[in-house]
Design a protein around this ligand. Structure first.
Ligand SMILES: [Zn+2]
Length: 275
């Protein structure tokens, strides 16, 4: 949230430097290992670099807090409502300058199943991606930086995309901030590996439905300009119309880094220089 530098150069060229997003972790006391959390944030930054995304994350605050609840939906709602142990959450976030808050817990069960994480929501409007109160997620530490990136992606407006939508139709898996704010992959949904099947960070755990291995997703966000031999037969890691998460992240970087500041009403991004 701290620094946004947009430097206009020459006539039409604008050079945008990486925007910094500040992360706060609320952590079960027995998991309070700052080095591990820093490693997850480092992984997230590697994913940004791999995807050509001009964002960098920084760990600004760690709060040990015992949380008894193990339903991730209830946890993110308690965080949103600042109930119980989460009283004063937003005020503390303002004090430390946190743009995004993650509850790190090894007790998360959704419908009786252990899961890696859960975001408060797939934020789908500019107002939602700018709203600090909706910038909340729960993650399981064993799932690491990949889950951190996936859940953060949801908070930043990304969804799972067309491939997951085919595996589980009518669940809105491709409804996102923009039509291209989605994960990207190729394959069928038979749960068996086949030549050319792949999916990115936002396809995430759904790779289990595609090729039987829910850890098989590639370590980057979709990017229509990215070429990588792991991206199927064509080697293209995105689609301009349906899967270009990197474009979304770059276009909205200033909003993620400056929570609560919406673009100015003339449609141009609000220009902020250092605060
Ligand atoms: Zn997801």
């Amino acid at each position: 949230m701290k620094i946004l530098l947009i430097i206009g150069l020459f006539f039409t060229t604008t050079l945008a430097m990486a925007e910094t997003i500040d992360l706060r972790f609320i952590v079960q006391p027995h998991l309070n290992d700052r080095a591990k959390m820093a490693k997850m944030v480092g992984q997230l930054n590697d994913y940004f670099i791999n995807s050509q995304v001009n964002l960098q994350a920084r760990l600004v605050d760690v709060t040990p807090l015992r949380v008894e609840e193990n339903d991730p939906v209830k946890i993110v709602h308690a965080m949103f409502n600042q109930e119980g142990v989460f009283a004063g959450l937003q005020q503390h976030n303002r004090q430390v300058g946190a743009d995004y808050t993650f509850m790190l817990t090894d007790k998360i069960l959704h419908k009786g199943k252990a899961i890696c994480g859960r975001a408060y929501a797939v934020n789908k409007t500019l107002a939602e991606i700018a709203d600090s109160r909706r910038a909340l997620a729960v993650i399981h530490p064993v799932c690491g930086g990949h889950t951190l990136a996936h859940e953060l992606g949801h908070l930043m407006g990304l969804n799972h995309g067309a491939l997951v939508d085919r595996c589980q139709p009518k669940h809105g898996h491709a409804t996102a901030l923009t039509p291209y704010a989605n994960g990207f992959g190729e394959g069928n949904c038979d749960g068996k590996p086949q030549e050319g099947e792949f999916g990115d960070i936002m396809v995430g755990g759904w790779m289990g439905q595609v090729m039987g291995n829910d850890k098989a997703s590639l370590p980057f966000f979709s990017n229509a300009k990215l070429r990588d031999p792991r991206c199927g037969e064509s080697g293209v890691c995105g689609d301009p119309a349906t899967g270009d998460a990197a474009r979304v992240l770059n276009e909205h970087a200033h909003i993620y880094a400056n929570h609560e500041q919406l673009p100015s009403t003339d449609g141009k991004p609000a220009l902020q220089i250092e605060k």
